[in-house]
Write a protein that binds this ligand. Sequence first.
Ligand SMILES: C[S@@+](CC[C@H](N)C(=O)[O-])C[C@H]1O[C@@H](n2cnc3c(N)ncnc32)[C@H](O)[C@@H]1O
Length: 267
Amino acid sequence: MQMICRYQAEYEARFQQLQARFTELNVQLEGQTVEKINARFLRLNPEMTLVLDSDGLSLAANGMKMQPDWRAEIPRLKRASLKSEMIARACQLGEKPTLIDATAGLGHDSLLMAHLGADVRLVERHPILFVLLEYSKVQAEQDSFLHSTAQRIQLIFADSNRYLSQLIEQNEQVDVVYLDPMFPQRDQNQQALKKQAQVKKQMQLLHMLLPEDGEMDLGDQLLDLAKQIAKRVIVKRPRHAVYLAEETPDHQWLGDACRFDAYFPKG
Ligand SMILES: C[S@@+](CC[C@H](N)C(=O)[O-])C[C@H]1O[C@@H](n2cnc3c(N)ncnc32)[C@H](O)[C@@H]1O
């Protein structure tokens, strides 16, 4: 895989570190120094690249940039409670479960789950997203509010199909496996899409990075693997989406835009 990273000259040292990290993950990162990265620059350079600037590392395309900015989630975390969050009831976060989030993405769901008490293994297979997550975790560890939450999150660079299969072979069990696989945009309920303000900028960029006919894993096989190692498997879906792997869940929690389907493999 190849990727371009644009950065201002003052970030040369950080670029070098980043390039070395990407090499370890088999990504060839080409650097381009530019004078100034601002909104105008991003508009005039719409192709997908990484950018390194005062906001840290971001993915940019079509005039937008995004990063799994965990610090921006702090107000949401401050409002969150075990009672108010549907995800907390679905994953029984009050019991401080061991949890594998097998589809990390930007890690926002896991950040919330770790904040509410879970011990999280966060698995992502896309190297660009994985390095973006590593950046966010380092920043979060330096933040006084996020520090302890970030420490309850372990990042794992792997394909979860393979990772979960290994755990099955090793007879390892966890309390919860959480799945939020990509859902094809073309299948989403159009009303719901409009409500979410263009599915949010972040999701648009994720969909560009993981095209449906290429990188996207719709996660059907993950459900069966997850059921073999967890007491509880929770699947996040858009509210009107079909069931993952066409399997009827044992229980559901319904929200306005999304729902959580629960599978209890051992009854
Ligand atoms: C919809 S996003 C998850 C969003 C996430 N819940 C959040 O809060 O940001 C799905 C992510 O799962 C990852 N993914 C899908 N299949 C995977 C697999 N088999 N192994 C590891 N990661 C996977 C994709 O690369 C993508 O980043």
